[in-house]
Design a protein around this ligand. Structure first.
Ligand code: GRF
Length: 207
């Protein structure tokens, strides 16, 4: 499918907690005349540089912090309500550092993507780059997957491989992984928006 400026593009809500370089890559891709999606809003769970990137692009920012709610469930429900205002077809966690709960995921079943900086199922969790480096693997990379109720456990859609170099630090390795993530994630978003996803138990693919 090809879009032209002014044509209807599929609304996607991005979520971030950090520097926002993946968000910037999504926004740059969405700006292309041929892109089929638009970033309708950014959700953040904390003060972070990603907010400035969204604002500079004219993208509304929804700030939803766990500490502002009675408990995690209330936060999860509030997140669902606030995101629903943008009627997204897909949600893209691009460096979002919170686990999404059942109320949110139930509203967007199999339509939430996450980018993880390791080759899942190896090295899930918040320290995937450091864990891979400490383990001594020679290749690592990134994974774009559907989000389920677990920690980086959902069906895998795409992966990119990055070599570990002698002398790598967590920072140097993570930066090379993020270079790959910035290419892979927008490509996968474009693919799922235009072609959808087929799931078969643990397995998922873009037809
Ligand atoms: C990415 O490596 C992502 O996989 C991880 O956090 C990083 C986000 O980077 N969860 P940035 O904030 O988009 O630069």
């Amino acid at each position: 499918m090809t879009s032209s400026p002014g044509s209807t593009r599929t609304p996607v809500v991005a979520m971030a907690s950090g520097t926002g370089s993946l968000l910037a890559a999504l926004l740059a891709f969405a700006e292309r005349p041929s892109s089929s999606f638009t970033v309708a809003a950014l959700v953040v769970d904390r003060d972070c540089p990603a907010i400035g990137i969204a604002e500079a692009a004219g993208v509304p920012v929804v700030r939803c912090e766990v500490g502002d709610y009675a408990d995690r469930e209330a936060w999860d429900r509030a997140l669902r309500e606030r995101v629903a205002e943008y009627a997204p077809e897909w949600i893209v966690a691009a460096g979002f550092m919170k686990i999404l709960g059942p109320a949110f995921l139930g509203a967007y079943a199999a339509r939430v993507l996450n980018s993880h900086p390791a080759l899942l199922p190896a090295f899930p969790g918040a320290h995937g780059v450091a864990d891979a480096l400490a383990y001594g693997v020679k290749v690592t990379g990134c994974t774009v997957h559907l989000v389920d109720g677990g920690v980086d456990t959902g069906p895998i859609l795409a992966q990119g491989v990055v070599e570990v170099r002698t002398g790598d630090t967590v920072e140097s390795l993570h930066e090379r992984i993020k270079t790959t993530e910035r290419e892979l994630l927008p490509t996968v978003v474009e693919a799922v928006v235009t072609r959808g996803v087929v799931t078969d138990g643990r397995k998922a693919y873009i037809p």
